[in-house]
Design a protein around this ligand. Structure first.
Ligand code: HEC
Length: 182
């Protein structure tokens, strides 16, 4: 009897899912961000921090190819984003900043600028908006990227290409932008 009830409930759920018009863009963006964030944190803590700072066997360096070093976390993120952009994945993403070290990481659209400013001004909050680029309307989400360790602040403030030199621990330094065509 109870099994029959469970089967009926699952069948009803499957029917409901089948009628669903697809996942809402904000839910999709939040889910994609969860994966990006988990990968970024795992790589930073379990690879870079462990091997560079704890075990001291290999460094992470911007010029990792020439110096037999690990890529920086931001470079790992960009490599992943570039591979996704090569596919027809139904979304794209990037780690951007209003004070980017790499000019490729500067915002390009008004909404990106607005979103990056918003996450700077409203700590802990995400930004969601819509923008039309060419003939396509996009759902665009911006998630804050925070200086969680002194290494973030130190490296950026001292980097020769950094347009900003007064980042502090806990500052929002930029944001992950996820764009989904509607
Ligand atoms: C050893 C130096 C170094 C450390 C440590 C570092 N970064 Fe970066 N970061 C860079 C470089 C170099 C880039 C540009 C990478 C590229 O080519 O896309 C970058 C890119 C970024 C970007 C994209 C915008 C830009 O400046 O190009 C953000 C946002 C960012 N880092 C935030 C952080 C945060 C937050 C941390 C700490 C969790 C951190 N960084 C740690 C060097 C560093």
């Amino acid at each position: 009897m109870r099994i029959a009830a469970v089967i009926a409930a699952v069948a009803a759920l499957l029917t409901a899912c089948g009628q669903e018009q697809g996942i809402a863009p904000q839910r999709m963006a939040d889910a994609v961000f969860a994966v990006i964030e988990a990968d970024r944190a795992s790589y930073t803590q379990k690879v870079v921090n462990r091997l560079q700072n704890e075990d001291k066997v290999i460094k992470a360096d911007e010029h990792w190819q020439d110096s037999q070093a690990l890529p920086l976390p931001a470079q790992m993120l960009r490599m992943g984003a570039e591979r996704v952009a090569e596919q027809d994945a139904g979304f794209n993403y990037a780690l951007l900043s209003l004070w980017a070290i790499n000019k490729q990481n500067k915002p390009r659209t008004d909404l990106e600028k607005q979103g990056l400013q918003y996450v700077m001004d409203n700590p802990g909050k995400n930004f969601y908006g819509r923008e039309t680029l060419g003939d396509t309307e996009y759902f665009t989400a911006v998630y804050p990227d925070v200086a969680v360790s002194p290494a973030c602040v130190g490296c950026h403030n001292e980097h020769i290409d950094s347009p900003r030199t007064d980042f502090k621990l806990g500052d929002t330094m930029g944001g992950v932008v996820i764009r989904i065509p509607l």
